[in-house]
Ligand binder design. Sequence first.
Ligand code: FAD
Length: 399
Amino acid sequence: MSVQAGPTDMLGEAKGPSLTLRYLRERAESVVISRIARNAEEVDAQYSWPADSLHALAEAGMLGLHVPARFGGLEQGMEGLVTIIETIATACSSTALCYAMHCVATAVIAAKATVPQIERYLKPIAAGKHITTLALSEGGTGAHFYLPQAQLVQKDGSFRLDGTKHFVTNGGYADSYVVSTVAAEPGAEPGEFSCVLVDTKAPGVEWISDWHGFGMRGNASRTMQLKQVHIAQENLLGERGDQVWYVFEVVAPYFLTAMAATYLGIATAALNCVVEHVKSRKYTHSGESLAELSNVQQGIARLWCEVERTRLLIYDAARLGDLGSPDALPSIFAAKIAAAETATLVTNEAMTLAGGIAYRDNSRLARLLRDARAAHVMSPTTELLKQWLGRALLDLPLF
Ligand SMILES: Cc1cc2nc3c(=O)[nH]c(=O)nc-3n(C[C@H](O)[C@H](O)[C@H](O)COP(=O)(O)OP(=O)(O)OC[C@H]3O[C@@H](n4cnc5c(N)ncnc54)[C@H](O)[C@@H]3O)c2cc1C
């Protein structure tokens, strides 16, 4: 048995997704088999950004997942996002995370793109020639990513940007960065924030650290320093003051969905890995395999239940999101909470079921366990999401 990405029935037939999504999943699976899977071990061992895997996704026409079809993109929503990212994450967590950040940043650009932004960003993204990413988090406000402190000052029809962004995935490798900022000129509304596009070669952009994460070792989540960076007026996303709309309509739903899919893929990979192991591990003294032990059978059943119920919740939340349902946001919060809890539980339990061999030599399961640990601390973190979900269900304001 191997658990497949996407909702399945007991016969393993794909259920639900449209023909376009099935076709896209098959395209992603073929890139996974031909390029991404074979790069995964080295990406982790060398802490290297998965260049070849992302180029393979670009060559397969997958970078424009959220670009409208009229600009050459695939015009997919959240179900498309889950489908593709889960497929990638079953083979390489770092590639899934790098691609996820690119997709979410693309959705942010596409939400209210102006004609120059369509020409400079969306069309090259759809053509597989441009990678973008999100630079929101800062040391000062940590997990509270919606409180940027990078300062944006408007002057003579353009802006000047100063600040430091932490954990910028694809840092130094993306072509552009969606950066959150706070208005800092005299008389600006307190706390008014805006997102701007910063090009990688903009003077004043510096990378002040390499990435040596506990897991997710290939995602280059580096610290970006912005010193007096000149930002043209046309690089402002939306209108000033639009940003709360962006956070709740685009960043939160797309980001949480992308993260849920990444950690679902990790849980699926761990389950498949431990199933293969317990079937093949045989004792010489009895001829019995681990799979023949009843506690192992029950353990595998429990993990399968965790993965499947999480998968159903995530795909359902994504579909609600695509329909614009008012119930979507609580479901999307729950999807990321569940994905984080399932990924950490399944990778942890799989290590025990697989025995000492999994602990030795930085095994695939050990790598998945390290990667899964990022789920709880990537903002909105599990702690914050549980508060937000509870408040939403109790009809209280989120903040
Ligand atoms: C692998 C990885 C990739 C990342 N990629 C990106 C990226 O591409 N772009 C980006 O912008 N950011 C990214 N991040 C940053 C991430 O989203 C968080 O902002 C960051 O991990 C917060 O770290 P911190 O140490 O500042 O957390 P802290 O803010 O110090 O929080 C520590 C803990 O306290 C809890 N906590 C804090 N406040 C509260 C509260 N009020 N109530 C209850 N609990 C609370 C948090 O939930 C967390 O568990 C990435 C992080 C990781 C680990």
